[in-house]
Design a protein around this ligand. Structure first.
Ligand SMILES: [Zn+2]
Length: 655
């Protein structure tokens, strides 16, 4: 289906020009309309003297009394049209051809959803009566196509962008006591497996994408906004803890240019608003801060929970003020010293690495920070990171990965093998070579479980900094990505050569730091040492490519060193070097948050699953997709692992 774009709407409006003033006046039968000055009485409030004035530049009317605006699409929708119907009229008037044949047509290819066929009561008396108590008028009920079922319940109807009814949500037309079910979705006899939850917004089919769209938390709030003249109002389909609708609505949301977000006055609402502005893009969002309390004429104060309560206690003016005073949440370049929040590291979101000892020392990898991982080729950077990626995804950190070294295919293989673990591998010997293959049933389960949670930058794309950051940002918005991995910096196309190259690398690290902070993601960047020579130690900050400043800018620097056979040999006094009884040493070269600097952690590498582990529990660990309890011993233990297992048994023996 050919989607309506904001640009094509603007083009059509431009073609109509000032004809729109007369057309809107005509559609809405504006009172006291002055045809030469294009002003009239406002249809949205009780206006005695004309304060509704046409603005030629925006092609819409603006009311100087109640500060609301109406364009030609709004005017038709006020008369009952859907957005699509209104656009069709606009395009006809502007003589712009567009195929609208998909309107009202069920898209049968989409099998995920069904088409509800609700039964309505002959009248809406219970619905009107209940909502009138909440100060929502029958006009608003009708305009938002709210219905009543045969038991007197309220029915909220959700239509898609083709004006097709896709879901119906019910609630009792009375206050619902705690513990009782507050709402439910229409079930369909034909579709036992019906997904009652769709990602549509309430009133979506009447949203004008060329104007700011109000998104509330509940249907009652969306109706409250509508009641106060904000017709471009909607609400999210589930509770404020479920943001699945963002990825489902991705194309639609991308066609909108501004959102006015209304959240509930509670902890869950505050958490939601932080996450949703991050997902929709702070530059597109304004946020309505509801007053905490409202003083009543009798001197008592009422706590305000949501927009509908503000309408109830404060009246229409209170709602209009709150929405008109919505604040931009743009990132400014300065902040008032008094507004700078004291940082409590425990309060900052972040992911654990999954390595017990390391986590006890560095606590977490925090959102908004950049960690550099370095090491010579073969030191284990990719395995270390694929373990980190799996940990992150498992802890609820959807992850975006750019790998300049591995094809998408190899990267997939690498990460899923690590996620499968030894229990789900088959040993295959062919032509004398041993390999380990993941059992097909495990692959299927993992793919289902982790869909939308791990995104790879396509290996066919040119990895310029712009392309990478743009891709990451889109994934943060669409999928709620919270972790980014860039492996590695030298494969990024920085577009600079010779002396300029090192400056470009530093700039790239700076951009990584700014991006991690802006998008609030945990970022890992692989940086090679300057010289790719054989090190007999872990590379330090001065070995890193670029100048030292790249490492100085990052929040953390981890250096990996693969223990060599000669490291394991005792010196001439018969002493063994520390941390040589492992595969890889992880050195902390820099840590801005803790005193972990200089610490070394022994890590082990499992060749069959390619998993990094610090003890056998990590190696045995089931990731969330794997619900099976594995009682049998690990099938592909190496000699080193058998020694470890014996050591574990010894630990329990005090003698
Ligand atoms: Zn007005």
């Amino acid at each position: 289906m050919e989607q309506i774009s904001k640009e094509s709407i603007l083009e059509a409006k431009e073609k109509l020009g000032d004809r729109q003033a007369d057309m809107i006046a005509d559609i809405l039968s504006l009172k006291q309309y002055n045809q030469s000055r294009h002003i009239a009485c406002c249809p949205l409030h009780d206006d005695k003297t004309p304060s509704f004035s046409y603005n030629a530049r925006s092609g819409s009317y603006f009311c100087f009394g109640c500060h609301r605006s109406v364009d030609i699409l709004d005017a038709w929708m006020m008369k009952g049209d859907t957005f699509l119907q209104a656009v069709e009229k606009l395009f006809q008037e502007a003589e712009m051809p567009h195929n609208f044949s998909y309107r009202g047509v069920r898209d049968n290819e989409e099998t995920e959803f069904c088409y509800p066929e609700p039964t309505y009561a002959p009248t809406k008396e219970h619905v009107y009566a209940y909502w009138q108590k909440r100060r929502i008028s029958p006009e608003t009920i009708d305009a938002m196509d709210v219905q009543e079922d045969t038991n007197g319940n309220t029915m909220f109807q959700f239509y898609d962008n083709a004006d097709v009814l896709r879901a119906v949500k019910f609630r009792p037309s009375r206050p619902v006591p705690h513990g009782e079910r507050k709402c439910w979705w229409l079930k369909d006899e034909k579709h036992k497996e019906l997904k009652p939850y769709v990602g549509l917004l309430f009133n979506q089919h009447k949203l004008n994408i060329s104007e700011p769209i109000i998104i509330c938390t509940g249907e009652g709030d969306a109706m409250a906004a509508y009641e106060c003249g904000f017709h471009n109002s909607s609400s999210i389909p589930g509770g404020d803890q479920n943001l699945n609708w963002v990825s489902y609505q991705w194309d639609f949301l991308n066609r909108c240019h501004q959102f006015v977000l209304v959240y509930d006055n509670d902890d869950s609402g505050r958490k939601y608003i932080k996450e949703i502005t991050r997902r929709l893009g702070e530059e597109r969002c304004k946020v309505v801060d509801l007053p905490e309390t409202w003083e009543m004429p009798d001197g008592s104060t009422k706590h305000i929970k949501d927009l509908n309560e503000l309408l109830f206690y404060g009246g229409k003016d209170a709602v209009i003020n709150a929405i008109n005073n919505a604040q931009e949440r743009q990132i400014e370049s300065v902040i008032d010293c008094s507004d700078v929040q004291d940082i409590d590291m425990d309060g900052i979101d972040g992911m654990k690495t999954g390595f017990k000892e390391l986590d006890s020392c560095i606590n977490r990898s925090y959102c908004g920070t950049v960690s550099i991982v370095t090491g010579v080729p073969g030191a284990g950077k990719t395995s270390f990171l694929s373990t980190i990626i799996n940990e992150g995804v498992d802890q609820g950190f959807p992850t975006w990965v750019y790998s300049g070294e591995l094809s998408n295919n190899a990267l997939r293989n690498w990460t899923i093998k690590c996620r499968a673990g030894q229990y789900w591998l088959d040993k295959v010997v062919r032509d004398g070579f041993t390999s380990y293959q993941i059992k097909p049933e495990a692959i299927k389960k993992m793919d289902e479980f982790y869909r939308d949670k791990l995104l790879f930058f396509k290996d066919t794309y040119d990895a310029t900094p712009d392309a990478l950051f743009h891709s990451l940002e889109s994934c943060v918005r669409k999928y709620g990505v919270k972790m980014a991995v860039i492996d590695n910096l030298s494969s990024v196309n920085l577009g600079a050569f010779g002396d300029k190259y090192w400056d470009a690398q530093n700039q790239f690290i700076r951009d990584c730091i700014a991006t991690a902070k802006r998008l609030d993601v945990v970022m890992w960047v692989v940086l090679h040492p300057k010289k790719m020579v054989e090190f007999n130690r872990a590379p330090d900050l001065y070995d890193l490519s670029g100048s030292v400043s790249a490492a100085n800018l990052a929040h953390r620097v981890f250096s990996l060193y693969r223990v060599k056979e000669e490291d394991r040999q005792p010196d001439k006094n018969g002493k063994h070097k520390p941390y040589t009884d492992c595969s890889v040493q992880l050195h902390i070269m820099k840590d801005r948050f803790t005193s972990a600097l200089g610490h070394v952690y022994p890590l082990y590498y499992d060749p069959s699953s390619r998993r990094f582990y610090d003890n056998l529990d990590t190696l045995r660990k089931n990731y969330s997709w794997d619900k099976e309890e594995h009682k049998e011993p690990l099938p592909f233990l190496t000699e080193e692992q058998i020694r470890m297992a014996n050591g574990e048994a010894d630990d329990s023996d005090p003698f």
